[in-house]
Design a protein around this ligand. Structure first.
Ligand code: 3PG
Length: 191
């Protein structure tokens, strides 16, 4: 599998990456069903609640084969180990450290590392990575940052998240260095 174990292919197939912080296990199934009924076949579950791992395990059990479960807010090697154990489909980190960068290369799971600055991107390029989460999109400079990075790093592609919403996602997706967009706005108000 190519760079980052195929994350670029996952992003190309999934223009929208819904992000959710589950706080109630009873909402896992209906969230997946709701997304499927809107032709969305992936979900990033963040590690920001006490029940996050239980929600990931449950989602893995009930999801259809063609639905991908990603784990977000991955910030440590112990998170990576647990992702491997649960056989998740992809990993998203808000940023990286030298230790995390080395480990991500070893785990054989598609991963989307977070970047905010040119130095972050260069640290990723040094790993031979070319696909990043621009996070937080709104604090990193939004559309202007994406346009500037397009000329400075022409081979790099992004999935912006953090402040992407229904008012700006379309503009993001029009940029040729944006493969997909992510955000919690896609999982809000699921009844
Ligand atoms: C992320 O982890 O990417 C963000 O928390 C999502 O940000 P949003 O809530 O602004 O979409």
């Amino acid at each position: 599998m190519g760079k980052q174990f195929g994350i670029r292919e996952i992003l190309k197939k999934n223009k929208f990456i819904p992000i959710i912080n589950f706080t109630d296990l009873s909402t896992v199934e209906k969230t997946i069903n709701h997304l499927m009924s809107n032709d969305i076949t992936c979900l990033e579950i963040t590690l920001r609640s006490d029940i996050a791992w239980d929600a990931i395990e449950l989602a893995q059990k009930i999801k259809p084969n063609n639905f991908k479960i990603g784990v977000g807010t991955v910030t440590s090697i112990s998170h990576l180990k647990k992702c491997k154990f649960l056989n998740v489909d992809f990993i998203v980190s808000p940023g990286t450290s030298p230790e995390l960068r080395n480990a991500l290369n070893d785990y054989n799971i598609p991963f989307l590392p977070g970047v905010m600055t040119p130095s972050d991107i260069i640290s990723g390029l040094e790993q031979d990575w070319d696909t990043f989460k621009l996070f937080p999109f709104n604090l990193a400079g939004g559309m202007k940052a994406l346009s500037t990075y397009n000329s400075v790093f022409p081979n790099v592609k992004f999935c912006p998240t953090g402040g992407v919403n229904e008012t700006n996602y379309n503009d993001c997706l029009k940029l040729n260095n944006v493969l997909s967009v992510g955000g919690s706005w896609l999982t809000e108000n699921i009844k």
